[in-house]
Design a protein around this ligand. Sequence first.
Ligand code: DUC
Ligand code: ZN
Ligand code: ZN
Length: 486
Amino acid sequence: MTLDLAVKGGTVVTASDMFRADIGIRHGRIVALAESLDAPETIDATGKLVLPGGIEAHCHIAQESATGGMTADDYFTGGRSAALGGNSSFIPFAAQHRGMGVTETLDLYDGRAAPNSPIDYGYHLIVADPTEQALTQELPAAFARGVTSFKVFMTYDLMKIDDRQFLDILTVAKTHGAVTMVHAENHGMIGWMSERLLAGGHSAPRYHAPSHPELAEVEAIHRAICLARLVDAPLVIVHVSTEAGAKLVRDARAEGAKIFGETCPQYLFLTRDDLDRPGMEGAKFMCSPPLRDAATQEALWRHLRTGTFTLWSSDHAPYRFDATGKLAKGPDATFKQIANGMPGIALRLPLLFSEGVRTGRITLPQFAALSATNAAKLYGLHPRKGTICIGADADIALWDPDLTRTVTAVDQGDAMDYTPFEGMRLTGWPVTVLSRGRKVVEGGAFVGARGAGRFLARARADMTGYAGTRAPELDPATNFGAEIAP
Ligand code: DUC
Ligand code: ZN
Ligand code: ZN
């Protein structure tokens, strides 16, 4: 068989297996796995781990917030940083704001992504204005276009939807085979706490943590799960930051519901003590939900190891530590006025490798699953992406398991002026990354091209193994019967 490229001598790691094999690539796809292959071009993977290219499934790129702030990264810098972190595709958000149509939103993001992204990309559609037109026509059209996941917010004045709107969106998503994702925090609790803290003169970044109490997340996760179970729709609880929240996800799934959890490095590597740094430094560590404590970190590691979390995502939300970002409202801004979010797209996987795999907390196949395979299955990309098998895109990351590097902001390849993980020494880094057989990272350096990434029209989620738990109260006559596919 004629090959274009062979990756030789490495140890292939998938979500289920580890084996020694050469990988043969032709026209950007994997066409052979064998003990020994040759090709006009070869990559020596001796001593390396050969993993599916990562899929970053939660990041904010070229996205404006409802209040007008823009993320620092565009599709080029965000994609470059993702590639440096071992990813060969990503799924940022396309954010609908109130008064905007869904189709208009997706067209806008196409204009931002297509000319710039160096790696393959799709979007999750944020739905902030579920009008009748959006529900009946635009969301189905988005699905047909390959945008098969929708995100909703239970908090933020200009983004939040109410429970009835949530049920409407879940039902449309379910009808078409889309997955709904939710930012689950109780809006009333956050507003009430914030008002009291500010009235008491507590406006520094450190008060961001108490303004978003753990119970706000727990209540909202519980409610979101109940809403999804009522209509038996799949739901992803994104950025789970509490042990109690993780338990709700685990228990719902154990009962057969199609409930999935995601957590992020910041909740396992940083704590709310970081918000206490002097002056406005704490603003660098403000994200929502906020950082918690050391005991929560350990609990979340446990849940990661035991499978509660299907997804491990960076929630890269890059706002620089200057007047374009965190300090847009001046050096004395209150915690309510500072953009929420932190960067980390290049570190999602190195952090997990170093502190997860190397410490023995998770296995290499678990690492592959959390890198790519689970996201590919849940978000309709599998088996084209997310694994190493015949026929898949040649999206491959070669990892040097023994390479140690110290994290520093300038190495991130993003448009940021800080990293919250500055100074951490991590062992295990991606050294070569392929996107459809093209090198985007070589020798740890970015070699990709602006605009080389392609839009990923995604399919429906793979729900194999999830029977669902439709609420017995629902009468098939109310449109939840057989005409809605499982
Ligand atoms: N939600 C996110 O998903 N990311 C950043 C901030 C937020 O509220
Ligand atoms: Zn969120
Ligand atoms: Zn996010």
